[in-house]
Design a binder for this molecule. Structure first.
Ligand SMILES: [Fe+2]
Length: 150
């Protein structure tokens, strides 16, 4: 296995970690700030999804360490490596929150697929296997979010 194959795979895992933290905090933002007639359902859905995403962070970081590399060390380090854009508004309409989370979970899904591919190329069998569960969870989040505005 070439060094560049391994390096690209580690970069994908670290990018996935950064995306997970960014998606976690945005989902919590919306849990805290959602308003309207669907308040209780959306407040609880966002909290369930945030907990699921947060649980991934340790697993992803430790896959990096088990591959003999180093991972993120700070909020600054994470922020520099995520593709998920911050949302600092506290007054978004529920539909806008859901639309943004669907798009961000799709970004996360694309990063999961890229990391699945690089795991295969790098011979990281454990990541290759476990990432299928993370993908199923992400597709479920997109499904649940989408159905609330169908
Ligand atoms: Fe809460």
């Amino acid at each position: 296995m070439g060094d560049n194959v391994k390096t690209a795979h580690i970069a994908n895992l670290n990018g996935l970690l950064a995306d997970a933290f960014a998606l976690y905090i945005k989902t919590k933002n919306f849990h805290w700030h959602v308003r309207g007639p669907q308040f209780r359902d959306l407040h609880l859905l966002f909290d369930e999804q945030a907990a699921e995403i947060f649980a991934l962070t340790d697993l992803i970081a430790e896959r990096v360490r088990k591959n003999g590399a180093t991972t993120h060390t700070s909020l600054g380090s994470l922020n520099a490596d995520t593709r998920i854009k911050p949302q600092d508004r506290a007054d978004l309409a529920p539909e806008a929150m859901i639309g943004e989370l669907v798009a961000d979970n799709r970004t996360f899904l694309a990063q999961l697929r890229a990391t699945k591919d690089s795991a295969g190329e790098a011979g990281d069998n454990a990541t290759d296997g476990i990432i299928d569960d993370w993908t199923d969870q992400c597709e479920q989040r997109i499904w649940f979010l989408s159905q609330t505005i169908a």
